[in-house]
Design a protein around this ligand. Structure first.
Ligand code: ZN
Length: 408
């Protein structure tokens, strides 16, 4: 793939494509068409996702309207209640939230949500953005079904600048009005098979969806381009192991595409020797990392290989917040590759994630290293990576996938 082709794909996909949207479908079809251009036939595999259309949303604080976006899938209703800012969410602080609308720093995770529900929270407000940026953008967030577990209270998201002003002014009372239609929709994975000499295969993944304000160039059309380039490479280069490429939908909504893929293909995953996941590569600035959800030997193998090739890399064992995780949870050893830019040079999940964060030459180099690694694994006399998921990784997966609660 040439530099011009790489940047051409970023230009072609410079639009928002949230999980389950028409634009996500448009991008899935685009990826399938790119495969077809290379003479490869990809299939689009749909899966069900929860969707919502907002009919009405408003937030009033102390009688003044505050620009806000309602949380998708957080139910409908009006809550008129005292407002409390909870900078801490320990048990003592939570005593203050009974019957109130709670303003929170950070994200609404599963454990926090249920702690707050148990404490009597009537509604919630979160914020995003950056006080140092000029914009007043607000991300359209969702109360994920695996967070709410069907227990919904309405939530609103606001810009950080308004949140700071509310707290500074000692805001005391809020009214949330939210009406939405919730229904089942479809998201999709794009799947391409390159059969090898043997039944076992290597699974490549990268998500192609974006969040509500983002063109998702860095996160993660970059990894999606990486998969296209690797498919093109291995279509004309030998590989003893089979290869399957999956461009995952709805990753930003909680790894929904890879979870759906793992559930629908559970039996075949018994023949999957390795998952190679790409999530954010090719940034102008930033360091290259490998995160292995599998035996520690693979961490060291990648370090040795990088040293041999003169490639700068930081390798570690861990659970990566990306599509590798549902696969690792099915027992597939997984490695995620990424180039992590300092936040001051590249930011994601907002309107600043454009192709301006990326460099074609860096894309080529990152793809080159990952391809070299994949080539070794795919042509190994026997893929050496142990299938057994180590206990420390199983424990981390339990925490990440909310089966166990980590003690603070
Ligand atoms: Zn991502």
């Amino acid at each position: 793939m040439t530099n011009e082709q790489i940047m051409g794909i970023f230009a072609d996909t410079a639009y928002v494509r949230t999980g389950g949207s028409d634009e996500e479908l448009r991008c899935a079809e685009y990826i399938a068409a790119k495969c077809a251009d290379m003479g490869l036939q990809a299939a689009i595999e749909p899966f069900a996702v929860e969707m919502a259309d907002i009919r009405r949303e408003s937030l009033t604080v102390d009688g003044r309207a505050v620009t806000a976006k309602g949380y998708l899938c957080s139910g409908s209703g009006t809550v008129d209640a005292p407002l409390v800012y909870l900078p801490n969410t320990d048990a003592c602080s939570r005593q203050r939230c009974a019957g109130k609308i709670v303003l929170l720093d950070g994200r609404m995770g599963y454990w926090l949500y249920h702690d707050l529900l148990d404490s009597g929270m009537a509604g919630f407000i979160t914020y995003d953005g950056d006080t140092h940026y000029a914009d007043r953008d607000i991300d359209r967030r969702e109360l994920r079904s695996f967070v709410s577990k069907g227990q919904k209270v309405p939530g609103m998201n606001i810009n950080v600048k308004d949140a700071v002003e509310l707290v500074r002014a000692g805001a005391a009372h809020a009214r949330i009005e939210l009406e939405q239609d919730e229904y089942e929709g479809q998201s999709r994975n794009v799947v391409l098979d390159l059969p090898g000499q043997r039944e076992e295969f290597i699974l490549f993944t990268a998500h192609y969806d974006s969040t509500s304000l983002s063109q998702g160039a860095y996160d993660n059309m970059s990894g999606s381009v990486g998969l296209l380039a690797m498919a093109e490479h291995f279509a004309s280069h030998p590989h003893s192991y089979g290869m399957r490429f999956v461009w995952c939908g709805s990753e930003e909504r909680g790894l929904l595409g890879s979870k759906a893929y793992a559930a629908a293909h559970e039996e075949e995953l018994g023949r999957c020797v390795l998952n190679i996941n790409l999530d954010m590569i090719g940034s102008v600035m930033g360091k290259f990392i490998a995160c292995v959800t599998g035996e520690e030997k693979l961490v060291h193998y990648i370090e040795y290989m990088a040293a041999e090739l003169g490639w700068g890399l930081e390798s570690r064992q861990g659970v990566y917040s990306s599509d590798s995780t549902p696969l690792a949870d099915k027992g597939v050893p997984a490695v995620s590759f990424a180039r992590l830019a300092p936040g001051s040079t590249a930011t994601i999940h907002n309107s600043y994630d454009t192709s301006a964060l990326l460099l074609a030459e860096r894309m080529q180099a990152d793809i080159g290293f990952i391809t070299a690694f994949a080539d070794r694994m795919a042509n190994a006399a026997r893929c050496p990576v142990g299938r057994e998921m180590p206990e420390n990784m199983k424990e981390k997966l339990d925490y990440y996938l909310l089966r166990k609660r980590e003690k603070k």
